[in-house]
Design a protein around this ligand. Sequence first.
Ligand code: ATP
Length: 398
Amino acid sequence: MSDLTLGDYQRYGRQLILDGFGLPAQQKLKNASVVVVGAGGLGCPALQYLAAAGVGRLGIVDHDVVEVSNLQRQVLHNENTANMGMPKAESAALALRKINSTIQLDVHTAQLEPSNARLLLEGYDLILDCTDNAPTRYLLSDVAVALGVPLVSGAALGFDGQLCVYNLGVDGPCYRCLFPVPPTGGAVRSCSEAGVLGVVTGTIGTLQALEAIKILAGLHEGRPTLLLFSALSMPPFRSIKLRARSKTCAACGQDGERKGTIEETDYVQWCGGATPDFEATGLVAGDASKRVSAMALRDALKQDPTQARIIDVRPRVEYGICSLPGSTNVPLNELVSSPAQHLTGSASTLYVVCRLGNDSQIAADALRSVADQSVRILDVIGGLRSWSKAVDPTFPVY
Ligand SMILES: Nc1ncnc2c1ncn2[C@@H]1O[C@H](COP(=O)(O)OP(=O)(O)OP(=O)(O)O)[C@@H](O)[C@H]1O
């Protein structure tokens, strides 16, 4: 017996008449619950379609607030919520209520951590991983295994994306079956470092919603597959058939050896620690003799610009967006492959900058390894982001 209202028939009519979907699938969606972790580039389109399709209960988990730089791809947020610095979970809920006021929304402005993960995620039929970092991916996978629910996982960076449903059915692999150990530090870049096209996150997030709807409506074929998307290729999709659950997987394998409970696991440390986020405080992290604040660079340039040479190690495309006057662009990979070649000039101090202050440390170390005592090599803490905050507010932030 259907509990669809007259309004539901009208609202969902275009999918109700689909052969193979019909009333039974709509009824399943209405009774279903999905929790979406991350209301960013992937989460926004996913939530939008899940709400529009009539999934009865949607949980939204995100600890972050909306910023203007999110609007290029995080399509549920808007200029008002960005200017207010509204929590993303609330901003997303605000938009979703306008799309579909008949569904239940659970808003959680919280960071998913080992201590709260079970509490936040249990009771839902399915989890969507719309986050952007390895510790949360492993945590989500472990919790999905523990709760016995499918995990629809998406990822997007640059022009590329990935989609996979983990823990599906009785023997679907989990994230750890595919990636038993996390990638090492330098191999992982975020959207804020590497950039991303909004349509790419839109495509993957939409596909996450599609997979979720198929699973909930009983239309999923159940074959574990990793889908790879490359926006600059035609056709842009490739798929890889995955093996069933690994027997030796530490999380889901029958012979696997789990070390400690989820609550006891330090996922951040296991994934190589958090990326330092140096701000424009002038505080020196690490070896003070090797690093300077943006303000110190400004003072040095004022004092004697002939004694300060600036090497900017950002990619050429970023250098083309904005740069410090008098700086030279040597992208990090070029500099690291032949550092001696870039130790030219008569300045006594060489300042190395990048966007956020991470790549410049690698570049400065490479230069020091081949330099003699006549030149001091310093990297600028917080990079050009700090320059913009602490020295020149008219310098573009991107
Ligand atoms: N452990 C977590 N708990 C809750 N939300 C998380 C967690 N990890 C990541 N997220 C959220 O996942 C979303 C990822 O989306 P996305 O990368 O598009 O956004 P962003 O972090 O704002 O982007 P940018 O890198 O440009 O600042 C973010 O909103 C982030 O706050």
